[in-house]
Design a protein around this ligand. Sequence first.
Ligand code: KE4
Length: 429
Amino acid sequence: MNYSNSQSLYERALQIIPGGVNSPVRACKSVGADPLFIDRADGCLIYDADGNRFIDYIGSWGPMILGHRHPAVVEAIIAVLGRGTSFGAPTDLEIQLAEMVIDAVASVDVIRMVNSGTEATMSAVRLARGVSGRDLVIKFDGCYHGHADTLLVAAGSGVATLGIPGSPGVPEDVAKHTLSLPFNDIEAVQRVMDEKGDQVACVIIEPVAGNMGLVPPAAGFLESLREVTERYGVILIFDEVMTGFRVAYGGAQTLYGIAPDLTCFGKIIGGGLPVGAYGGKKEIMSQIAPQGSVYQAGTLSGNPIAMIAGIATLEQLKKEGVYESLAEKSSRLAAGLAEAARKSGIAARVDHVGSMLGMFFTERDVTNFEEAKTSDLQRFSAFYQGMRQAGIYLAPSQFEVLFLSAAHTDEHIDATINAAQQVLENLSR
Ligand code: KE4
């Protein structure tokens, strides 16, 4: 494949944008590749600046569950453009999107729109601290909740030691209020709660982890987490920025039958436009300004173009059979990838929850971040590069997932499986 246009664009970008990209993972550093600059996309296909065509499994990191440029979404955006692009004032559209999310997610009575997943989780944590008067936040290793200081915290040396800054610029004084525990380890949560439960404002978790590769919750883990947080009066926050409207119309909480106190949304509810949201029980959400005293604000929150893109997307997702079809296609793809690895004699673990798929090159189960890190990262990089060469656009990191869309057809899935077979056979030689 010829990448010369991407290369020259990348050289220009590197002069004036840090790392040549506006979000680190796009730089493809962890897989030893350079980024493709994208020209356009349609359905499940994406085309780079050199006209190369790829079957897209990034889908803008989750939002494009209908596929790119779904006609209903494009038409809705064009229609609203006739009203203007931004008012900094409420419109009917933000009420409509709020009503749709509340209707879909039983644990959410009241919701606030923001502009990114980071804003959603940052605000939800501030709200939990504000209403509880407590400072401690518990998160889980390998779960990513955006780049707010409080959540850019790595696990301390011991399981229950206070967090250490996950990035330069995060003060120790901030990191020390966050504890990061192993995902799926309810005993670790229990120990911390027994010791410090009365200091914990909230526990925040990706109910299905998608930022360490795909790691589903162990049987009973979420139920136990709900029980122990309830027991200590700790607010349970589900970060459903990725899983919301992805793994089910009502998100992971509907799939697993758990009612968190607060939920964070993003990605799909914006239909590809910048939207985040956080919501939950009325008695908690009523503490947010201007109704309450916990402050949070945003110039473009509830932007009408972003709202209509989300509304149009959720209207399509509400239709009969959408999630069944996504799950069926995902299970076919997962089985095909697993079979391709088996035929090539390469150890791999392939799994999916709805249309979120994960593939680790390892023969062991992966139930947490430590185990995910033991998978063969070099092999993943080679697989990524081979698949990109074959016209398959995967996330450039072992610690991301594949997203399948309603626009992927059987032939796209077959082409992907065939490409994987070829690439893995070459790798096994
Ligand atoms: P944003 O601020 O990027 O909109 O959302 C942050 C966020 C919060 N919570 C979860 C569970 C998330 O997955 C994310 C962002 N996801 C990454 C990909 N795994 C976005 C890609 C990127 O950082 O460029």
